[in-house]
Design a protein around this ligand. Sequence first.
Ligand code: NDP
Ligand code: ZN
Length: 351
Amino acid sequence: MKGFAMLGIGKVGWIEKEVPKCGPLDAIVRPLAIAICTSDVHTVYEGAIGDRHNMILGHEGCGEIVEVGSEVKDFKPGDRVLVPAITPDWNSLEAQAGYSMHSGGMLAGWKFSNFKDGVFSEYFHVNDADGNLALIPDGMTVEEACILSDMVPTGFHAVELADVQFGDSVLVIGIGAVGLMSVAGASLRGASRIIAVGTRPVCINAAKGYGATDFISYKDGSIEDQVMELTGGKGVDRVCIAGGDVSTFEAAIKSLKPGGRIGSVNYLGSGDFVNIPRTEWGCGMGHKQILTGLMPGGRLRMEKLSSLVASGRLDVKPEITHVFHGWDHCAEALELMRDKPKDLIKPVVIP
Ligand code: NDP
Ligand code: ZN
């Protein structure tokens, strides 16, 4: 089979590999659509998870099952399935401890294009099929199904980590495809005010639709000064971080009220340390909590989040700005994700 791979840091191309083998609990899936992620850009061009050679890229997509293992109970060949970016081993101790995304070691629930070949391929392997796959709901397009792999579960996870409550004021730093889902999630959780940070007009428009009430550009001065101006010097109750870099935590701490909470899902692609401003952190006593995390994956989460889309409570269509037909467009779609033109949120490729 052919797959679109990371050949080494900064290098991509098509390679030939054997079709993966299906273990007793596994499934082999043929992609119906795949999406490119900013994380693919960090992985390939920043070498953020280290050097990888001839590793097929991609962790976002949906597909049709072509084979299941002898122990798989709930899925069969021909089923059209949602595939989470994170596919934990559900019988691991980490999963039993509540951190399934780290099953087998830190970040090891993230298997596609990290510890094994990813989904930009004619076929891909899914471990623990009963625990990780979910059926695509009737009426959902394959493009929408791609957005459920990673963007919805990750953007919502920032909201979960920040523990947004009814009436909270929430700062969402970064309103790309992930941060937009944090805006949507904060709205669903009852935030009263959502201040969004970003500049691409297409993202600002989408954020308005998802419930953002105020906008800040990180290019027009410091985020914290603009937040303080908007909030009469009080700051916000919660911060979701889905953009920026290691220095963004400083702005987040400075923008937060005492007792507030930061939920970050940003993938820090470079920089060795995160600085926390001592004074604004209450000299260590401000009860300003920082929670960060990899999105939780798995079937239950896929079923619940897809039910929000199926019921019309969440519209993921505004996320999809570019749809390509044909595998040949993988390189172009990855380049787009790297360049982030003004009209881009998320590119999807239908093989
Ligand atoms: P995008 O690049 O599309 O969006 C980033 C956003 O951050 C944009 O709104 C951008 O603004 C804004 N931004 C850029 N620089 C700064 C800055 N210096 N300060 C504040 N805001 C800034 O990324 P995605 O939405 O695709 O992904 C967001 C992050 O989430 C990535 O790091 C990605 O790797 C990570 N991720 C994490 C996962 C997890 O499980 N934890 C899973 C998937 C993704 P502008 O409008 O100007 O472009
Ligand atoms: Zn992703």
